[in-house]
Ligand binder design. Structure first.
Ligand SMILES: [Cu+2]
Length: 167
């Protein structure tokens, strides 16, 4: 007995915005923020971004944090380190870009107070299209408990407590 296979339709990239003033059309999926404990001054925000056209995430702002940066993680001399992306995070047309623990993330620093599971954290994403047109996207991220991380998180991430963090 064979299982009928659905042929995956070849997704020709349906650009919703043709000629008209091309605001980069960006979809934000499952935004969340890792909860913090008392005294913790930094945490990460995660989501999946898909832009219909080539664009980049230039910066992020949030009222809960004094400073917000877009970070990447990379292996350096055998240790996982993170650093700010100086020119933002590229969002290639039609390709989901995942921000997740252990990978790209939005770094919320100088937290004004702990963020607890169930809280909502507003994030304002500044997106720049290939034509340099900028727009902001308001996102509400839900805080998930500190331990609720997907497995890949490199334990409590000492770098997130600043330390050797180079800004
Ligand atoms: Cu970071």
């Amino acid at each position: 007995m064979t299982t009928p296979m659905l042929r995956s339709m070849s997704l020709s990239l349906l650009m919703l915005c043709g000629a008209a003033a091309a605001q980069a059309q960006v979809t934000v999926k499952e935004p969340w923020v890792r909860g913090t404990v008392a005294g913790q001054k930094a945490t990460g925000a995660f989501m999946t971004l898909t832009s219909a056209t080539d664009a980049r995430l230039v910066s992020v702002a949030s009222p809960v944090a004094g400073l917000v940066e877009v970070h990447e993680m990379a292996m350096s001399n055998g240790t996982m380190q993170m650093r700010a992306l100086p020119s933002g995070l590229a969002l290639p047309a039609g390709k989901p870009v995942e921000l997740k623990p252990g990978g790209y993330h939005v770094m919320l620093m100088d937290l004004k107070q702990p963020v607890k599971a169930g809280d909502s954290v507003p994030l304002k994403l500044l997106i720049e299209g290939a034509d340099k047109a900028r727009q902001t996207i308001d996102v509400t991220a839900t805080v998930q408990a500190l331990g609720a991380a997907p497995a890949k998180m490199p334990a409590p991430m000492p770098a997130h407590e600043h330390g050797d963090h180079a800004h």
